[in-house]
Design a protein around this ligand. Sequence first.
Ligand SMILES: NC(=O)c1ccc[n+]([C@@H]2O[C@H](COP(=O)([O-])OP(=O)(O)OC[C@H]3O[C@@H](n4cnc5c(N)ncnc54)[C@H](O)[C@@H]3O)[C@@H](O)[C@H]2O)c1
Length: 417
Amino acid sequence: MLTSVASAVRQSTASVFRTATRAMSTKAVETTVNGMPVKVYNERGDQRVIVTKDLPGQRWVDILAYANCRVEVCTDPQTILDNGKIKQLIGDKCDGVIGQLTEDWADELFGALKKAGGKAFSNYAVGYNNVNVPDATKHGIPVGNTPGVLTETTAEIAAALTLAAARRVCEADVFMRSGQYQGWLPTLFVGKLLQHKTVGVIGAGRIGQAYAKMMVEGHKMDIIYYDLFPQPKFKEYLENYSKFCGANDERPIKVTVAKDPEEVLKVADVVSLHMLLDKTTHHFINKERLHMMKEDAILVNAARGPVIDEVALVAHLKANPEFRCGLDVFEDEPAMKPGLEECANAVIVPHIASASLWTRGGMATMAASNVAGILSGKPVLPQGSYVLDFLEEPLGSPKMEFTPSIVNDKDLGLKMA
Ligand SMILES: NC(=O)c1ccc[n+]([C@@H]2O[C@H](COP(=O)([O-])OP(=O)(O)OC[C@H]3O[C@@H](n4cnc5c(N)ncnc54)[C@H](O)[C@@H]3O)[C@@H](O)[C@H]2O)c1
């Protein structure tokens, strides 16, 4: 049983490590390190990377092994590891970490990582509101995230929530399973048709735009959107699509760039939230803004729970039975605010927006590429770069010679591609 990672890591010579890792020594060994249960890949790798929760797929392990890393995946059954356990995992020698969005990555953990010789951290998520980036920067630790691979998958869940709320899919499912169906009726579970209604998007970034395209092209919805930035390429895309509809005997869609979020809330039949969570977007949807929305509107949130004041939402759902919502995320996750579970006009799913196999494997690959890239001194791609090559290119190919996404690259003065 291993009790000191430092001694284990020092056992082999660098040349042996290279040979071992190039041969892709990726079979896992179950053991205990620093008192924590782990499975270890590429035991003789000379840079120690810990992964706080197991990740899907194999490529991410191969990427880290190829970068000569010993990979330790925590197998502790606690769903969300507390800081004490994470510090125990880090121990006195740790080069890099892949962490989860449910963990609190701030001064305490970055301080422990720095003390252990840490040089890289990647969140296993595109959003990084759980990471105090200035604290990481203070300790000189690059913070990676996983953009690009969640976009369509997350947009699909927002679309699924929209459709389920509009057409009362979950209520009807419960009705059917409970044996209440006695035959077709003209009034049974009458919902809302989305076609030619107005979809509102707040936060027209990668996911917001992908969702908007699904609703506009799939359901011929008019669109009104608000973002802190005007997103001119997106506007041009929508306007060209509208012209395409007109030229093909379809009703051209109406495209509106809102001057403020209130305009979206007042006009739209469906409002989907896709902004990031920060101090300015906490409780972005509150009691006042809910009252601005149409009485029978649909509100969708696949961004982060705290962008909605969930207590106000529960009150609004109860007072307005025709109002509907679709929620993937919750303010006090994993808990729901009291009363939400009783609201039949709410569709609720447990934070599964990124849960497609392709995406979860892709996120693992991106997070591993961030950590491996920093530990191997590879230059960092500018934010917004095309990153899907990391999912497919052979290891060692020139397209893999970069670090895909580091959010504090400029603050740390990292070498850029
Ligand atoms: N539910 C999930 O599992 C899941 C999965 C992926 C992403 N997300 C969340 O979705 C968010 C968006 O992801 P993305 O990849 O599209 O990010 P992105 O950075 O491409 O887009 C975010 C957009 O929000 C805009 N924005 C920021 N503050 C705003 C405000 N106050 N008002 C209006 N617009 C504002 C930004 O300008 C940007 O265009 C992430 O930050 C993450 O929190 C959730």
